[in-house]
Structure formats: C-alpha cells, structure tokens
Design a protein around this ligand. Structure first.
Ligand SMILES: Cc1cc2nc3c(=O)[nH]c(=O)nc-3n(C[C@H](O)[C@H](O)[C@H](O)COP(=O)(O)OP(=O)(O)OC[C@H]3O[C@@H](n4cnc5c(N)ncnc54)[C@H](O)[C@@H]3O)c2cc1C
Length: 279
C-alpha cells in the first residue's frame, strides 16, 4: 500500500518545528521514519503534513556530565550502539541496542523517535523506566523535563502535547556498584519482543538494593514489577518469580498466560546478570 498524499516541510530549528506544529493541527514530526512511514504506508495514519526534524542541528549528541548521561533526541540507534560513552556509562542501553530491529532500522531510527512513539514492546522505553531516567521536551510554553514514570501514559500515548518536540533523554550514569540486566524473547532476533525485561540495581554486599525491573511487551506501557523487585533485593530468585506482579493481556504474539510464564523465565536470566551468578 502507498501512503495517503501529504505535504512535507523541513524544519531548520526547534522553534520552527514547534511553530509548524501550531500552524498545522494535522501534522506529524518525522525523525528516522522507521515507525512513522510504516504507519503511513499501512494507512494507519494519514497526516496532512510531515515536519522533518532531521535538519535541526545539535540534537544528536551523546555526553556524560558528572552523574548523568544525556542523549540528544536525533541520535541514531547505530550511534548509541557504537558509543563508548553509552558502553561505559549507560550499560543497560548498550545491552538493549542490538535487539532493536536490524541494522538498517538502527541506521535511521532515532532514540527520541523510539521514546516518543512509545511502542509497548520496544526496548528503550523500558530501559528509560528501569533507569529512572527523564525526558526533555520543548513546546510553545517553553522547555520541561518529565520523569520516565510520568511519561508513558497508555498505548502509544505519552505526556508529550501536540506541539511538543522531545529534545533529549537523560539517565543516571552507572557507578561502580551499578548492576544491569537485559533479556528478551522474540520469534527472530530483531523482531519486537514477545516479552522483554530491562533491569538495574545496586550491588549491596551479596544482596541488591534499588532493584528496578521494567518489563516490555506485557501491557500498554512499560511496566515495573514492584513486588518482584522487593523479593529480588533479598537475593531470592524463586521468591521474586513467585511474586511477579504482572497481568499481561493476550496479543497477536502470545496469550497472557504464556507471557506471564516467559516473564518468569526472563526474570531468572536477568536476576543472574544482576547478581553476577555464573551458570
Ligand atoms: C521492521 C522494523 C522492526 C523494528 N523493530 C524494532 C524493535 O525490535 N524494537 C524497537 O524498539 N523498535 C523497532 N522498530 C522501530 C524503530 O526502533 C524506530 O526507529 C523507532 O521506533 C522510531 O524512531 P524513528 O526515529 O524512526 O521515529 P519516526 O518513525 O520518525 O517517528 C515515530 C513517531 O514519533 C514521533 N517523533 C519522532 N521524533 C520525535 C521527537 N523528537 N519529538 C516528538 N515526537 C517525535 C513521530 O511524529 C512519530 O509519531 C522497528 C521498525 C521496523 C520498520
């Protein structure tokens, strides 16, 4: 199928993109196009105008400042995948990157687009939630920062307003005691996950503290399993699996019951990574 006709404008600045969104109510931002163009081609969406934000300069950097890693919204997946800063200071994101689609998708797709699109089966929204990260947005009222826990509102729904542009994401830089874990089950490598789990914690002797388990593919947003987090902090993997507080619905990939079972399988794998148990 071909997309419905649309107009195209290339924004040269953030202000221009925000102004264009205000002038054209039926417009969409175009970043890497890896999700948007597919929805246009399938006619799931038919905006009158695409506002290309790829010409806005200075929004594709990756930097570490003190305790924080900041990633510009227009950073391509491939740049994050190859970044030394990400590898060293944001190891959870480094582990997740190779699971996002395949190389051609990662060459064009952007981190900002992935977070703004908020696919419930996507890796990066769950990483942002697991890391207790935040999102910078700019809109007609100026700039604001939104915590990950407040950002993902529902199925493909975020706290971004219709005239907002996501400009950057920030996550805490990993410290010496930071532990991360990541695993997903997909039919083929690079497919969207049936179920996935992004996790981080602090090593606290033989136990863990500040355990954060963010599942994806089990609900309309990334979901934390808070009861399992508490059980895992004591180092008891069986208790954590038994405490898994998830209630996934059936979807085209699997029944809710299968997803719940797979969530337990992933928890065992990720718990080993967090506890650094060699099997
Ligand atoms: C075959 C295939 C497989 C894929 N597999 C995976 C996968 O396994 N895991 C995964 O996570 N993703 C997957 N993707 C999606 C890919 O990661 C996309 O790149 C990503 O979801 C969207 O990023 P984008 O830059 O391409 O955004 P676009 O497609 O350009 O935009 C997506 C949406 O976000 C909005 N948007 C984009 N940037 C901004 C911004 N800065 N501010 C506000 N709104 C914005 C757009 O208006 C649009 O509504 C896959 C895609 C394809 C085609």
């Amino acid at each position: 199928m071909k997309p419905a006709p649309f107009a195209y404008k290339k924004a040269r600045s953030l202000d221009e993109a925000i102004a264009l969104l205000g002038e054209h109510k039926d417009a969409r931002l175009l970043a890497g196009g890896q999700s948007l163009i597919a929805t246009l081609n399938m006619r799931l969406s038919a905006p009158a105008l695409l506002i290309d934000i790829n010409g806005i300069s200075g929004r594709d950097g990756i930097s570490q400042n003190g305790n924080t890693v900041e990633i510009g919204a227009l950073t391509r997946h491939v740049a994050a995948e190859r970044s030394d800063v990400i590898a060293q200071h944001a190891p959870l994101i480094a582990r997740a990157m190779p699971h996002i689609g395949h190389a051609a998708i990662r060459n064009r797709g952007t981190l900002g687009g992935s977070i703004a699109f908020a696919d419930p089966a996507a890796e990066l929204p769950a990483c942002l939630l697991a890391l207790d990260g935040e999102v910078d947005a700019a809109g007609p009222q100026g700039k604001r920062t939104i915590k990950a826990a407040d950002f993902f509102k529902g199925l493909f729904e975020t706290a971004l307003g219709p005239q907002d542009v996501l400009t950057a994401i920030r996550v805490p830089a990993a410290g010496k005691d930071t532990r991360v874990g990541f695993a997903e089950l997909a039919r083929r490598h690079g497919d969207y996950a049936i179920v996935g789990l992004a996790a981080c914690a602090r090593a606290n002797g033989k136990a863990l503290s500040d355990v954060r388990l963010a599942y994806f593919g089990v609900g309309s947003t990334p979901v934390r399993a808070k009861k399992a987090e508490a059980a895992l902090a004591n180092g008891d993997i069986d208790a954590a699996v038994a405490a898994l507080d998830l209630d996934p619905s059936d979807d085209v990939q699997a029944t809710g019951a299968v997803k719940k079972h797979l969530a337990g399988v992933l928890l065992r794998r990720v718990a080993r990574q967090l506890l650094e148990v060699r099997s």
